[in-house]
Design a protein around this ligand. Sequence first.
Ligand SMILES: CC(C)(COP(=O)(O)OP(=O)(O)OC[C@H]1O[C@@H](n2cnc3c(N)ncnc32)[C@H](O)[C@@H]1OP(=O)(O)O)[C@@H](O)C(=O)NCCC(=O)NCCS
Length: 246
Amino acid sequence: MAPSTEEPEHGAPPASGQDIDETKTSAQESTLDKLHPYVQVLNLNDLESVVNLENATFPPNEACSREKFIYRLTTCGELCLGLFASATPSTPHSPLRRLSESSFSHPADSTDPSRKEVLLAHIVATKSTSQTVTDEDMALPPKWQSNPHADPHLGHKEEGRTICLHSLAVLPEYQNQGLGRTLVLSYIQRMQSADIADRIALLTYDRLVPFYERLGFEYRGKSKAQYGGGGWNDMVLDIKNRLGSV
Ligand SMILES: CC(C)(COP(=O)(O)OP(=O)(O)OC[C@H]1O[C@@H](n2cnc3c(N)ncnc32)[C@H](O)[C@@H]1OP(=O)(O)O)[C@@H](O)C(=O)NCCC(=O)NCCS
């Protein structure tokens, strides 16, 4: 992704990513350069976009529920990151332009009020005291709004040193163009510099083990988690002792 120091085209919001991906292909480079994407921490204002993106990318038994997103964005939004791009009515016709005209888009922070931002990819996470992601980490604590400490074993644990990356999703229109990799690399860098955890753990499908290995994650075998029917693989990236970038 382009460094954030340049003034973006057409008054688009500044890219806040760093020059982290040295190995992208020229096709991916061209998509990223055209989109001029930027990363931002997610909050409840992004809820509709996050729910839409999740439902567009995961089957219903695996997609995170709206209520869980409300819980995660409220409780630990600082662990949740979105990759955005923006468009105006004069942007050439493209998936981005179409998406910017949908009800999920927001006005971008721009001098041009017609510029709308679109969430292209997200990472939603919590923290755990476990080394890998468990079903308890994935759970929604009952009555969390009225009694946040009702069941301390479920959901986000502020004192945990493991970031559980529950959801990585890229809009179908933009998959396989380098956005997922860019967002994960940006996320790793941010979490490492914030020094809020020792590792990032996630559950993934067999088919995506090589994708995460290329990003530096280690395969830790089959997970005991039964979320969404089970069959997951444990992947872990040590960010405490990680040197340099992938
Ligand atoms: C998986 C996902 C996040 C990857 O992001 P992306 O922007 O599409 O991927 P990138 O362009 O950064 O990287 C491409 C690489 O992703 C991997 N990949 C993407 N989709 C894949 C799939 N369905 N099967 C296997 N590998 C896949 C490949 O390694 C690919 O590398 P290649 O181009 O050399 O084959 C995205 O495709 C997605 O949202 N998929 C649906 C939801 C999902 O599965 N999320 C992850 C849950 S653990």
